[in-house]
Every structure is written in structure tokens, then in C-alpha cells.
Design a protein around this ligand. Sequence first.
Ligand code: PRX
Length: 664
Amino acid sequence: MSEAVGLYLEEAKRSSYGHKLRQMQELAIRDPENFWSEVARNLYWFKTWDRVLEWNPPFARWFVGGLINASFNCLDVHVRTANRNKVAIFWEGEPGDRRVLTYMDLWREVCRFSSVLRDLGVRKGDRVAIYMPMVPELPIAMLACARVGAIHSVIFSGFSFEALATRIRDSGAKVVITADGGYRRGKLIQLKKTVDEALAKTSSVQSVIVLRRTGSDVEMREGRDFWWDDLMRGKSLDSQATPLESEHPLYILYTSGTTGRPKGVVHDTGGYLVWLYATMKWVFDIRPDDVYWCTADIGWVTGHSYVVYGPLLHGATSVMYEGAPDYPAPDRWWEMIERYSISILYTTPTAIRMHMRFGEEWARRHDLSSLRLLGTVGEPINPEAWRWYQRVIGGGRCPIVDTWWQTETGGIMISPAPGIELVPLKPGSATLPLPGVHAEVVDENGKPTKPYEKGYLVILGPWPGMLTTLWEDPESYKRIYWSKFGHNNSLNFHFNPPAVYYTGDYAMKDDDGYIWLLGRADEVLKIAGHRIGTTEIESALVMHEAVAEAAVTGKPDPVRGESIVAFVTLKPGFKPSDDLRVELIKWVRRTVGSIASPSELYFVSKLPKTRSGKIMRRLLRAVVSSTPLGDVTTLEDETSIKEAMEAVELLKKAMMNNRTADSS
Ligand code: PRX
């Protein structure tokens, strides 16, 4: 054992780690390969791996030589046991329709749908884009792709045609799976229409499969578009899962970064499944009689990992819901918890804050005593929301697991782990890294910070759930995630050669080694826990004929964490007006999606820039959040920031006046 690892263990001992947790941490640090192969043995491998890890930083291959299939591990292993008739999914549509799918039901549907894909010419390595509402056919489509070795790329159904087209183009998808529509807060969402608009801007797609969900009228193009039902009719169940190399990509999931182009995060099969198997057990302490509900939309990573793959790997019973949390009334969720006797609830701080606003009487109307564990994810949780969640929803008896992780990490990294041993919780802290996760907080030079000192959160790689690359862009993968801190010798590495993964988050450690997440260190926004890049919204704005330049930033929001604020300069011939403001906001919503919709938009004559022409979003963020500007010496023209301040002040005053007028 190196001296460095020894020091790390010393730190672990000083902190308030429980005995069992510390033991696991030590095992994972001393002999990671052995540790991970023990976990991997819980999965079904067509062929066992030859080597646990091949590590050429920053490229890792986990379980090299092993052959595995995700669909087989989620379904076939269960239908071969007494679990075959166990409920896999209790599903509810927003209008109130319900379906129950056992493991056998799910297995049948996946087998048949994988035959459909095979008949359409989908082969191992082909990309399939999935753009669907939260209906059981969405996990069925994903598992069918996994069964044949096709790489799925699920696109959140709240994204609009421009975002969809970019993702289809980048992945080169051959098939798109969608639905005629879906329901959201009582409204019909037209998905097929959006697919048609996106396909007009892409060329790789040969076939479109359309599920009937709403029965609304859609245009079907002869020879390209097929109804799901028609294709499934008479399809055989005989569709064996293809044994795939452990490092075969299971999926691409696009996520926002600091450029206008979303990043295609690639996850492998073996390492990713091992990570999910472990974290479901450690964090959720998943048991055979649990009814587990992760409220995330499958369009985001939480849905991939903890609605689909994680619970199914464990043969768990899950609940899946199509619509809005407050539809038809604010107690929809609490009613569902009572109906299904849900024991584990995993959701976002935004949802909790929203329910807090509705008031606790909605929860009080229902028997929530089945709950035994609560979880949160996606954004920092304020202690007030944490306490409300524990008291009102958890009845004061359920621990809360505040889970920190990212699309890139594949699964949970920092979190309480009641499945191993529950450490004392501190509202607002994700507590400690899981076994095998070496998280550090470092300063600008990569040196560990002192307790309570803010720094950058880094992970000393590799770990099995990690992204393997960015789709067809290994150079960006290296640059974005693994180059900021190089190989700093003041850190303690478990693996050789050493490599530091940059998370893009600020954090600090306290005296007990607990980690407190302090928000993003880059230009990525978290709106209601969803990740959206400022540049993606800016690109959409400048596509409008009136817009010359745009700068987007985030402003603290009491419920959604952050809201979007845009500053826009206009092209000659266009004048600022309220109508144009409304039109531009609508434009962003229509092209990117409603999650990207600015809540405030200001017209200015110039944007604050450095002398080299870089937009200083940091200053705009300070202006909209009413915080000190900080260093402005690099600003080229100080009047630009004055103008932005005046614009924000003006709107504030107008809103105050409106409020006074309303109340008088
Ligand atoms: O900033 C962190 C925040 O969400 C980011 C990752 O976003 P995404 O890839 O969309 O994945 C979200 C679901 C895993 C992180 O860089 N974040 C996630 N979980 C937490 C969090 N911030 C604070 N506390 C958390 N528990």
C-alpha cells in the first residue's frame, strides 16, 4: 500500500464513518480489482472477464473479456426464477389509466420488440433514438435495444425539434421510436409532429416506430413510419439476448456542457451495470418486498439508472408515472404512495419545494406509513426542504439519502449508504463517498482544501460506472473531464497511473470529511434539477432573425433552484418591444423545449465582454442575483454592465408597480 493511500485511510478513520462502511471503503481502496469482481459476480455473464480493469488514462475498460447483456440481466435471470410473476412495474398514466407488468410480461414485450428491431435491420452497434412519454413501452424499447446490442439514445420528451435534431444527427440514429403524443398537466404533447420537424433537418433515420398513446391524428409517411402495434403483431418471443463485450456501449445520453453542442455521454454495459447493482443495494438497501418509486423522467440519467436498469437488475417492484406531480390535484403523489404502499421514494429537491408550497395538508390526507427510505438527487437540497421532507413525508422515521452524482458518473457516488451502514445525517450534505469512490475537494492548483474551504469537487478515477468517452469525440472527453488538474502528486490515488476527473461542481468538506455540494463551477444551469447549458439557449436565441447576440445566465429561484435569464442585442432594423420579448421566449420554448424557457429576457445595446470578446456571464449572474460584481478589470466597456443593471432594475420596478396596482 502506498503512503498516500495510507493517509487517505487515516482521514477515513478520523471522520465519523461507521465501522462497516469504513471496512468496505478500505477493502475497495486496498484491492479495487478484487472488490469490484466480487460485486460483478452478482450479475449473469455469458463469459467471465479475463481482467477487471485495463486503464490507459483516461480510458478505462472494465471487465475486459467478459460477455454480458443488460436485457438478460434485467429480465431473463428473473423469469427463470419464482420471481417470474412478480410485479416489475406498476404504471399510471396521467389521466388515471393503470397497467401492471410482471417480469414475465416485460420479458415477453421486450423479446417481441427486439424481434421488431431485428426485422427492421437494427444490428449491434446501430444507434436508436427514443423520444417517448413515460409509458412502459419506453423501458421496453430501451431493453429491446440492449437485447440486440443496439445503442439507445433517449431524448427527454420535453425537448423540442431543434434539440432532438441535434441529438439524432450527432448519434447518426437509424431508427426513431416515438409515440403519437403524451399527457402533461392535462395537456396533450405532440411528439410525432416534433419528430417530423426534427427529421426534416437530419438524414440518417430510415424508420420511425410510433406508439399509439393519445389517439391523436398524426401524419405517417409511407415506407418510413410504422405503428408499434402493427409491427408487434404476431412477433415471435424467440429473440435471444446477444452476448456483448463488457465495454460495448449500452447507451448514449446527451447532456449539456459549456458549448452549444450537447455532449454524447457514452456508458458501457459491464462496468455500468456493476455500478448500478452496487449502488441500488448500498444506497437504497433494496429488498425483495420493497415497492420503489423513482419519480425521474427516463429522459434523464436518473431515469436510465434508477427507473430502468438499477431496479430491474435487482428484480425489484417499481412504480412509474406518466405525468405532472400536481395533476389533477397536489396530492397525486401521496395518493399513489398510499395506493401502492410505496416503501422507497427517490425524487428531486425542486419537487419537494413545490410540494412544500402546496402545503402539508395534501400529504396529511394520505397514509404514508409504508415509506421507509427517502432520497433526493439532482441539485443541492436546502436544510429547510430536507427537514420538511423528513417530517411531513417521512413521518420523522425515514432516513434521507441525498445522492450526489452526474450523467457522466453513471450512478450514485456520494451519499449515505444505509444498505451498508447509516452514518449520522446532516441536512444539506450528501455525506460521504461510497466505497470505491475517491472524492476530493481541491483548489485551483489541485491541492486538497482545508475543512470548510470551498474548492472543486474531483474524483480520482477510474470507477466502474464512469462514462467511457463522448460519442465520437474522445479528444473532448479528455479535455473536458481529465485535463484540468493533470496528475497532481499531492493527491492520493488508488489506481495507477493516476488521473483526476473534474466534476464541474464546487464543494467543501467539513471536519468529519462530509461533503457539501455548493453548485456548478461552470456555465451549466440546473433548472428544477435538469441540466441545461447557457450556450444551448444562446444558440437558439441567435437563430431568431431579430437577434444579433445573446447571453444567458441563471438566477436563484426559491422552488426550481435556478431560473433562466437572457440578455439580447438586436440586429439593425429591430426594436425592443414587449411583443418581441414574448416572441423570443416562445421561440426558445418551441425550438429547444420548455425547460429552456427564459423567465426574464432583457434587451441591451451591448453585452459585457472581455477585451478578447468573451462574454462575461459571471457579471450578468451577479447583476441578476444582486450580488457583488467582483473583479471587473477585464471588462472592455463598463457601460455595458451598467446598462444590464438598469434593465434589471427597470423590470423590478415595473413588477413592483404592477403588484401595488393589483393589490390596491
Ligand atoms: O451539480 C451537480 C448536481 O447535478 C449535476 C449533474 O447533473 P446531471 O448530469 O443532470 O445529473 C443529475 C442526476 C444525477 C452535478 O454536477 N447534483 C446532482 N446531485 C446533487 C447535485 N448537487 C447537489 N446535491 C446533489 N445530491
